[in-house]
Structure formats: structure tokens, C-alpha cells
Design a protein around this ligand. Structure first.
Ligand code: ATP
Length: 356
């Protein structure tokens, strides 16, 4: 192994995920890049082999790799995903939304839609801090901003939303740096619910406003998230980089995929200070598992992001170009894009373009 060889840990995922992960990794292997892939077991397969859903070998494989290529998981494999997020502190989930000719967009004029959502990946309502309202009431918890008394609510559950200074600052900074790198409209939009949640989301906005002052070359704007959603649908061409807390980012990025033609087209990369993993924005698509019809584009474009991260700029451009060409020529489109080709046929068409 040469010193420059990059190590990538691969998890094929559950349900329909392996149907896209296996052929996409095959395509990467066919590109003659200096990458070594490892395939540690997780989930039920790992339990059967070594008695743990997320064994030490899988954790070590993630730690020892330069990046992870992750197929969506469900159920028993989720511990690996949690480790990739919270263990590796991958705080910025970047979800590009770019229309290419041939994408089956429901929009009248999808040409030129090209923005990226940067979703805070670790905080907000995703900390898992949930429980019985009674337990919280017993703490005699009091907030001067409260619109109700916890003790008066009656039986039920709570979930804590936390927006930290450090967590907000690093993800918002990531968004500004991305706006510089993309060299598109050079604009950052902050969105959250700072009118109703003026303490927590108010802090997120405040930090955005403060960081914006350091980036005089990047334009800055902010919208309340409901207003933002309306703008994203009615005029997506105005957007460049949009940064938001976790829950809004989760929802808005599925919505943004809808703008260009669906979840099958939406890639994603999750970046930390010294690690990153890449996965499609969609889940395991259990309803179409085993049918060989899942669209591999989201996984292919996530692989493009992986190659960029690893420093294979030429390889990334070649792979991205091959996908673009398959759509431009309408060569082998899958069902979700109005075609009748299988996943296998689509991947074959991308492979052929790479050789052309
Ligand atoms: P999660 O909660 O993990 O996001 P989910 O079950 O809510 O998962 P997805 O797995 O993303 O959602 O699937 C939502 C819908 O989109 C399903 O009908 C699925 O078949 C469809 N879908 C998702 N990804 C693709 C794809 N790559 N190609 C075609 N259809 C897809």
C-alpha cells in the first residue's frame, strides 16, 4: 500500500441500500483510484459473527479510515450511524440541491437550481433527551420565557432542543466557507424559527449575524423557516448556501430534493473537523427493496463528494460527468425519473460513460 493510498470504510446498509451501494463501489473500483475499501460487519450480521451489533472492529475500521461511505441503515445497524455522527463529531451535513438536464423535476423552470443546505448534524432536537413530563415537572424547572407551566401540562413526554454557541458557530462557519468554495452567488442564508423560539433559534441567528461580519465577500440574509420554505419552493434560484438547525435541515433537505426530481437524486456529506462520511440523503427505501429499481444517483453523487473530500478531484469530475451524461442523453433512467431501466442498467450506463 502506497503512502498516498486512501482508506474508505464501506457499510452497504439495509433494505434497498445494498442495491445501490454494491454497484456504486464497483464503479469506484473500476476507476483505478488509489483507494482501499474495507467492509466491517454491523447489525444482525455482526451479532451473529461476534455477539455485538457494533463490534470494536467496525469502530476501529471507521477510526482507521480516511472516510466512510455509508449505505442507509435501519434497526440494529443504527449504532454505527450514531458513532459516525456523535462519535466522530461530524457536525455539518451538506446536502446539495442541483438540477441537471434530464432530472424529472416538477418545476416549470428547474434550470439553474443550484444551492446547498448545510444542516447542523448533532444538536437541536436530535440529542435524544426525551422523557416523561412528570420528571421535568419534578425538577421545578422554570423559564421566564415559558408560555405554560410544566406542572399544569398533565401526563405526556418532552424533548429537549439545545442550540449551543460552539455548535452553531462551527456549522455556520462551515456554510460561509462553502459559499466561498462554491463561488456561485456567494451568499449565505440562515433560517430557523427565531420569532417563536427567540432564545434558542434566536441564538443561532445572532451567531450567523456575527459571523457574517467576518465575511464581507459573502452576502448574508435570514428568513423565518416557514417563510424560507415558501421562498425555497417559489424561487429556489435565489439560494446559494442555506444553514439551519438539525430538524429544519432534515425536513427542508427532503423538500429540496423534491424540487429537482426526488430523493433518488439527493446526495449528502457529513463533515467534522477531521473526519467525514458520505451517504445518500434518502433512507433505506424498504418499500422498493429487492426490485432492482432504486435510483443509484444519490449514492453516485455522494461518491462524487467522497472523491472530492479525499482529494481525487479528477475522479470526482469524471464520475460526476458520467452521471450528467446519462441524464443528458436519457440513457437508462429509473422509474422515479420516468424511465423503465433497472438499477443495474443505470449503473451499467454510468460505467459505459466512464469508459467512453
Ligand atoms: P428515513 O427515515 O431513513 O429517511 P424513510 O423510510 O422515511 O427513511 P426513504 O427510505 O428515504 O424514507 O424513502 C421515502 C420514499 O422515497 C420511499 O417511497 C422510497 O421508495 C422512495 N425513495 C427513496 N430513495 C429512493 C431512490 N434512491 N430511488 C427511488 N425511490 C426512492
Amino acid at each position: 500500500m502506497a503512502a498516498t493510498t486512501k482508506q474508505v470504510t464501506v457499510f452497504n446498509g439495509d433494505d434497498a441500500s445494498p442495491e445501490v451501494m454494491v454497484p456504486v463501489v464497483d464503479i469506484l473500483k473500476s476507476m483505478d483510484l488509489d483507494i482501499e475499501f474495507s467492509y466491517p460487519l454491523i447489525g444482525t450480521a455482526a451479532m451473529a459473527a461476534s455477539g455485538a451489533f457494533f463490534p470494536a472492529e467496525a469502530k476501529a475500521a471507521i477510526d482507521n479510515a480516511d472516510a466512510t461511505f455509508f449505505g442507509s441503515t435501519s434497526g440494529d445497524s443504527t449504532a454505527a450511524l450514531f458513532y459516525l455522527r456523535w462519535g466522530k463529531q461530524t457536525f455539518a451535513n451538506v446536502r446539495p440541491c442541483k438540477w441537471m438536464p434530464g432530472f424529472n423535476s416538477p418545476m416549470a423552470s428547474p434550470q439553474g437550481i443550484d444551492f446547498a443546505i448545510v444542516r447542523e448534524n448533532l444538536e437541536d432536537l436530535y440529542l435524544g433527551l426525551e422523557g416523561d413530563i412528570d420528571d421535568l415537572a419534578a425538577l421545578n424547572f422554570f423559564s421566564p420565557h415559558a408560555r405554560a407551566n410544566i406542572g399544569d401540562l398533565g401526563p405526556g413526554k418532552y424533548a429537549i432542543k439545545a442550540i449551543t454557541e460552539a455548535g452553531s458557530e462551527r456549522v455556520i462557519r462551515h456554510a460561509f466557507e462553502l459559499a466561498r468554495q462554491r463561488n456561485g452567488q456567494r451568499k449565505v442564508t440562515v433560517t430557523c424559527k427565531y420569532n417563536m423560539l427567540n432564545v434558542s433559534d434566536g441564538l443561532f441567528l445572532e451567531i450567523g449575524q456575527s459571523i457574517a461580519k467576518e465575511y464581507s465577500d459573502i452576502a448574508f440574509e435570514h428568513f423565518i423557516v416557514d417563510d424560507f420554505l415558501c421562498r425555497m419552493i417559489s424561487n429556489p434560484h435565489d439560494l446559494d448556501v442555506v444553514v439551519m438547525p438539525n430538524l429544519y435541515g432534515d425536513i427542508m433537505s427532503d423538500g429540496s430534493a423534491g424540487l429537482i426530481g426526488g430523493l433518488g437524486l439527493a446526495p449528502s456529506g457529513c463533515y467534522g473537523a477531521d473526519y467525514a462520511y458520505f451517504e445518500s440523503a434518502h433512507g433505506t427505501a424498504p418499500d422498493i427493496a429487492g426490485k432492482n429499481i432504486i435510483n443509484p444517483t444519490a449514492t453516485l453523487l455522494s461518491a462524487v463528494m467522497l472523491l472530492e473530500y479525499l482529494g481525487f478531484a479528477d475522479g470526482a469530475a469524471r464520475l460526476g460527468g458520467a452521471v450528467k451524461e446519462v441524464y443528458a442523453q436519457g440513457l437508462a433512467l429509473t422509474k422515479d425519473q420516468g424511465g423503465n431501466s433497472s438499477t443495474t442498467e443505470f449503473c451499467q450506463a454510468v460505467g459505459d460513460q466512464l469508459k467512453a
